[in-house]
Design a binder for this molecule. Sequence first.
Ligand SMILES: Cc1cc2nc3c(=O)[nH]c(=O)nc-3n(C[C@H](O)[C@H](O)[C@H](O)COP(=O)(O)O)c2cc1C
Length: 243
Amino acid sequence: MPRILLIVGGGIAAYKSLDLIRRLRERGYGVRVVLTKAAEQFVTPLAAASLSGHKTHTELFSLTDEAEMGHIELSRAADLVVVAPATADLMAKAANGLANDLASTLLSATDKRALYAPAMNVRMWLNPATQRNVATLARDGALFVGPNEGEMACGEFGPGRMSEPLEIVAAIEAALKAPTALPFPLPCPARPRAPPGRCAAGASSSPPGRRMSRSTRCATSPTAPRASRATRSPPVSPRSARG
Ligand SMILES: Cc1cc2nc3c(=O)[nH]c(=O)nc-3n(C[C@H](O)[C@H](O)[C@H](O)COP(=O)(O)O)c2cc1C
């Protein structure tokens, strides 16, 4: 069965990620869980470990983890990386290639697709910077599920509620089945593919965003710019959609 690397960000919706683990496990998925430092304020590593059946990972600099399953292996051993809840902060880091904690390092180091389930206050979601980051991630090949519209934990109303666990499961199933136009797993840039004597720059020098810039749209990408359910999301200007 497919293996999911679930990165839980520090939002109030983190409690739903525990149910997501349960739903995935009852369908036979292998689930490895990473909690950000902020996520640990909302759910405990013990709860995630009990439900996933595996140790919960929280530290980038962990001698034990690096000896048992290093961060590179953790980022590669999954078939799909799922970020739920995807905080504004995590998406900002991933969109800009920051890698200063375990979650962002895994997102940066993975050779697999990432599916984001954003969850945040409506103003955070509508913030142009967040929308720019979502557009950048979508352009680079990321998939999205949600956010849904409705009443928020803070009492406001609008888009920003994390999708329900079963909606995320459906998006995961679609992402795993969907034929991809993207070259995943990404070719390792260290392995030149040019014939002997020819410069391999074409294979290795173009930035990943360029190599992945073919169609990034998918049925499970409702927040991707120009995607079918984008009406529920704030409009992304054509300028920001092009990045
Ligand atoms: C009570 C509370 C609830 C929060 N909920 C969210 C949220 O739903 N979405 C979000 O993006 N940030 C939320 N934040 C802010 C994040 O916790 C903060 O940006 C944090 O740095 C995110 O870290 P992470 O991305 O590493 O998990 C919340 C903060 C608090 C104190």
